[in-house]
Ligand binder design. Structure first.
Ligand SMILES: C[S@@+](CC[C@H](N)C(=O)[O-])C[C@H]1O[C@@H](n2cnc3c(N)ncnc32)[C@H](O)[C@@H]1O
Length: 266
């Protein structure tokens, strides 16, 4: 049975961070997305965060003087984020709401930080049914020419099918082309969406123009394929990723794509 992502993420909220930290590919992906956010937005910027999870990025950025208006669909994630913010005494710099963007958009627009200097979404938009609707709402919350940094799973990922083919797992190799795409999170099946860069460009038309894309990762195995036996190879693969993932054609071929987009028009 396909369930709503909200209940799946409620169930993993207490363990998601430990699981992610134990997987070096996840850690590397987070390092890459944070590097992009820090390079894109100057310290002190007021940012909207979509799908903040346990608040790790919000707190990381607030500790560096950013102001973050964060939200998440999962009640438990929001609870953990708020606790983390309070423990670090960062309530003046991080606000956390519960809901989807369209449910919290009014509150965000009434915030003293609106219009915002930018927005970001790390590993959270795959479960959104309408990326266009998200982009339209984000557009309305940002200052002119502000940037939106976000990740999306890539339909044209090369590493996952290559590894699956070597293991003769044909269905997994073709997985990203078979609709509906289903992921199992803690035993709960949820629907998710994958995108090519060209499709994202089309969806964002008239709202945001894509300035840069990075494959995250291209050469390292995706997190779900990571095994400790790969540890010997990881340093070399990381080096390939750090050097090549922003270049053509690799920037279009990662497991996930990191997008940097700029608001168009007024
Ligand atoms: C893989 S976790 C990533 C969390 C966090 N961004 C991070 O990098 O640690 C995905 C998060 O997105 C949230 N999420 C999924 N769909 C969402 C949506 N449509 N709107 C807001 N949050 C969403 C989930 O509840 C979950 O906390």
């Amino acid at each position: 049975m396909i369930e709503a992502p909200r209940s799946a993420f409620n169930q993993v909220a207490d363990t998601i961070e430990t699981t992610a930290v134990q997987n070096p590919v996840n850690t590397w992906m987070r390092k890459t997305s944070r590097r992009e956010i820090l390079a894109t937005f100057p310290p002190g910027s007021a940012l909207v965060e979509i799908g903040c999870g346990t608040g790790a990025d919000a707190v990381f950025l607030a500790e560096r003087t950013y102001r973050i208006a964060a939200f998440d669909i999962s009640d438990r994630m929001v609870e953990i984020s708020r606790k983390r913010v309070a423990t670090q005494k960062l309530e003046g710099r991080v606000l956390v709401w519960r809901g989807r963007l369209k449910e919290v958009a009014d509150e965000l627009s009434r915030s003293q930080w609106c219009p915002f200097d930018g927005a970001f979404a790390n590993f959270s938009l795959a479960y959104e049914e309408s990326l266009r609707e998200v982009a339209q709402t984000v557009y309305g919350l940002l200052k002119p020419r502000a940037r939106f940094v976000f990740t999306l799973p890539n339909k044209l990922c090369v590493s996952e099918p290559a590894i699956a083919l070597v293991r003769l797992r044909i269905r997994r190799a073709l997985g990203r082309f078979c609709e509906p795409l289903l992921a199992t999170i803690h035993g709960t099946t949820v629907r998710f969406h994958v995108y090519t860069t060209a499709r994202v460009r089309k969806i964002l038309q008239g709202l945001f123009e894509i300035e840069a894309t990075t494959g995250v990762p291209v050469f390292m195995p995706p997190p779900s394929f990571y095994r400790p036996a790969l540890e010997r190879l990881r340093a070399s693969l990381e080096l390939f990723d750090d050097r090549l993932a922003t270049r053509f054609p690799w920037r279009h071929l990662g497991e996930t794509t990191l997008f940097k987009a700029r608001k168009v028009g007024p």
